[in-house]
Design a protein around this ligand. Structure first.
Ligand SMILES: Cc1cc2nc3c(=O)[nH]c(=O)nc-3n(C[C@H](O)[C@H](O)[C@H](O)COP(=O)(O)OP(=O)(O)OC[C@H]3O[C@@H](n4cnc5c(N)ncnc54)[C@H](O)[C@@H]3O)c2cc1C
Length: 406
């Protein structure tokens, strides 16, 4: 079937008329700054005071648009629905709690549950985790410079080398943190479940790159199981990818890469100004787009690299399909995945899947109160990303009109 991202009949085939109307109201509400900025604060306050109407309101609106449920089991309904359109799922535990060891262990245990679910369900394509859910950010930051140097020198650094920059207590803490990180990777690899390590802010990313590369070296001997994430709004990521390919060739392992544009642009720029260092972010969207497409093309050309294009950008997604064709790769070639977030850009996900491409949706889940920060970010993104709300609303309207005519 020819690929057409404007085919709304396919894009919304899982959506009833009433859920399209609900989505219209929701996306329209993101145009009101008061709702986007104050809504999450009011919701947290009301939920903390156990006001049931607010819980119902959040669950039936923004939560049901962007989340699969409160638990793995509850989210399986969405996983099943998506699978009817040949779309796979990625269960994403989206809880952002306080930074303490009990929470970090609990998060690690929850991610292990998503790996167990993926092991027995072919409709779940990957597992994923945010390292900030299992690690204290300030601790990762403290060792980041050590890892930056090691990465530049193409060295796999043993943890013991961190003793020089950490106190005894901190070193014990980073050992526990690294154990949580490797537990997740080792368990995923043993279960043959592909695992994404999400990308974070630049000031902790060297640590995460180094740890993820060590896990790729260990587990990606025959194929890509452990995937790092690269953010192409950073101007150094093409160099990073080329360097990673050299290391993979020298050490005979496969590379898994989720390729995204990046979620923390404003924060990165503000910090660079405040701390007086050059911004790691491209100067404009055009340069970011160019690097995104260039790195995707670079990866398509190397059999050693498997990728997941984590993007809502139509042009970039289309380019990837063309480059796959040029390399005689069939749409179902397992080296290539497309991924979008639940509740966004269904026109890409459903139409790509209908044309035979491998597609997966992030299906975020967690207790309503605990996923509010995630939902607040979705609301902000949908009000600040140029044209995103307009795009979603335009497509929904087109489908509503099509249904009226039939
Ligand atoms: C499946 C999936 C997984 C993701 N995982 C991660 C992750 O692990 N880590 C993470 O950080 N993000 C992640 N994201 C979010 C992602 O980084 C983007 O924020 C989001 O997808 C929007 O980018 P786009 O390619 O979809 O769309 P577009 O609308 O084409 O691009 C918007 C993006 O372009 C960039 N941009 C916008 N303006 C400028 C500018 N002036 N200069 C430079 N760059 C600019 C920003 O990154 C912005 O988010 C993920 C997204 C998806 C769909």
């Amino acid at each position: 079937m020819a690929l057409n991202f404007s085919d709304t009949e396919i894009a919304f085939k899982n959506k009833s008329n009433s859920s399209l109307t609900k989505a219209t109201w929701l996306f329209k509400s993101f145009n009101y700054p008061f709702i986007v900025e104050k809504g999450p604060l009011i919701a947290v306050w009301a939920l903390k005071w156990h006001l049931p109407f607010m819980r119902r309101l959040v669950r039936n609106t923004i939560f049901s648009q962007f989340c699969g449920g409160e638990t793995v089991d509850e989210s399986m309904k969405v996983v099943k629905e998506l699978s009817t359109a040949n779309i796979k799922s990625i269960l994403d535990y989206s809880v952002e709690g306080e930074e303490n060891e009990a929470n970090f262990d609990a998060t690690r245990n929850e991610i292990l549950r998503t790996i167990a679910a993926a092991k027995t369900n072919k409709s779940i394509a990957f597992s994923v985790f945010k390292s900030t859910g299992i690690a204290r950010i300030a601790l990762l930051e403290k060792v980041d410079e050590v890892y930056r140097k090691a990465l530049n020198e193409k060295k796999f650094l043993p943890l013991s080398e961190l003793r020089e920059v950490l106190t005894t207590d901190e070193f014990a803490e980073i050992e526990r943190t690294y154990k949580r990180f490797t537990d997740l990777c080792d368990t995923a690899a043993a279960a043959q479940v592909r695992l994404f390590v999400d990308a974070e802010e630049t000031w902790i990313q060297n640590t995460l790159d180094a740890w993820t590369e060590a896990m790729m070296l260990k587990h990606n001997k025959e194929s890509a199981v452990i995937y790092n994430t690269i953010q192409m709004y950073r101007h150094d990521r093409i160099t990073y990818t080329k360097r990673l390919l050299e290391i993979a060739q020298e050490n005979s392992f496969y590379i898994g890469l989720k390729i995204v544009r990046g979620a923390y642009m404003e924060k990165e720029r503000e910090r660079a100004i405040a701390m007086n260092y050059p911004s790691p972010i491209h100067i404009d969207k055009e340069s970011c787009d160019k690097d995104y497409d260039n790195v995707v093309h670079f990866c398509v050309l190397s059999d050693r690299i498997s990728i997941c294009a984590g993007t809502h950008n139509e042009e970039s997604s289309l380019k990837l399909t063309q480059w796959m064709k040029e390399q005689n790769c069939t749409p179902s070639n397992a080296r290539f995945f497309f991924a979008q977030l639940l509740g966004m850009s269904d026109n890409l996900s459903f139409n790509l899947a209908a044309s035979g491409y491998e597609v997966a949706k992030y299906v975020p889940y967690g207790p309503v109160l605990s996923v509010l920060p995630y939902l607040a970010r979705r609301a902000q993104e949908n009000s600040s990303v140029k044209g995103q709300v307009g795009r979603e609303l335009g497509l929904i309207k087109q489908e509503q009109q099509r249904r009226k005519k039939n």
